[in-house]
Design a protein around this ligand. Structure first.
Ligand code: ZN
Length: 290
């Protein structure tokens, strides 16, 4: 199953057709996408009985404005250094325990956005994002998937100067500016993937003249702490709540790892893609631009 948030309304997605959930369920499920996660098991059971493509009310997605699949998560957890090649390019050791920070929830946005650059060291990090369905604490690794609503694409945008201000560092601040947690375009349940542990993930920079530069090319099979392991370990401390997000870390190819370092400038667009989910697109403008 695929779901999306079109102009603030929860929809089921089948190819290029969408079906409004509130209307198709005759009001059983709310239009607000944020509310579905607390009824995830009930929702998936209902959705499994719906043939979206053949439904008389299905409509073309067209130019619908897509929002974040989970638009108001109460917790957004980021995991650092979760790919060995990224730890190496950062000059840091492979962690023995997940390196955890938060992207404050107000940084969450949808898949197609314009982002103001708050500084001249804004960097990209393509990430697989886990959306939590059923909440809980002390989740055993073998039950982790029962708590996952699905996967979406995310960018863990990071202002590196602020991130590394002070001792210890300020990861949560450097990664929480407005629009710094774009997600989407859809949420995909795990049964939709041939192998949800092995998904190609990439970032491409498109310059104002249209030139494309591939900067990140990885695969989620390289995760040091797997998705199931993260859900289990984090739940030893954190009570997961329906709709929470976990940004699971980024592969190599970030700007801070280049020689010389290379950061985003106004006019550039970032295209982030994960196999089987789709792409999100962020265009950057100067910090004082409207
Ligand atoms: Zn990250």
């Amino acid at each position: 199953m695929r779901i999306a948030n079109t102009a603030g309304r929860l929809v089921l997605v089948d190819g290029d057709r969408i079906l409004d959930v509130e209307s198709a369920s005759e009001g059983r499920f709310d239009a607000d996408p944020a509310l579905v996660f607390s009824r995830w098991d009930e929702f998936t059971e209902w959705a499994g009985s719906i043939d979206v493509g053949g439904h008389p009310d299905a409509a073309p997605v067209g130019d619908a404005e897509l929002g974040a699949p989970s638009p108001r998560p109460r917790q957004v957890i980021g995991v650092g250094l979760n790919y060995a090649d990224h730890a190496a390019e950062s000059g840091l050791a492979i962690p023995e325990y997940p390196v955890v920070f938060t992207k404050f929830a107000s940084s969450v946005s949808g898949p197609s956005t314009v982002v103001r650059l708050p500084g001249d060291t804004v960097d990209w990090e393509a990430e697989l994002v886990v959306v939590i369905g059923r909440g809980g604490r002390h989740i055993p690794i073998e039950r982790a998937r029962e708590h996952i609503a699905g996967y979406t694409v995310g960018q863990d945008l990071s202002e590196r100067t602020v991130q590394w201000l002070g001792q210890p560092a300020q990861f949560s601040m450097g990664k929480s500016y407005e629009g710094f947690a774009p997600t989407g375009p859809v949420l995909v349940t795990l049964d939709e993937f041939a192998d949800p542990r092995r998904l190609a993930i990439s970032t491409t920079i498109v310059s104002p003249d249209g030139t494309e530069t591939a900067v990140q090319r990885g695969n989620t099979e390289q995760l040091i702490f797997t998705v199931d392991d993260l859900v289990s370990r984090l739940s030893e401390v954190i009570e997961f709540l329906p709709g929470d997000l976990i940004f699971t870390g980024t592969p190599s190819g970030v700007g801070a790892g280049m020689d010389p370092k290379r950061f985003l400038v106004a006019g550039e667009t970032l295209v982030t893609e994960i196999e089987g989910i789709g792409t999100i697109t962020q265009r950057f403008v100067a910090g004082d631009a409207a």
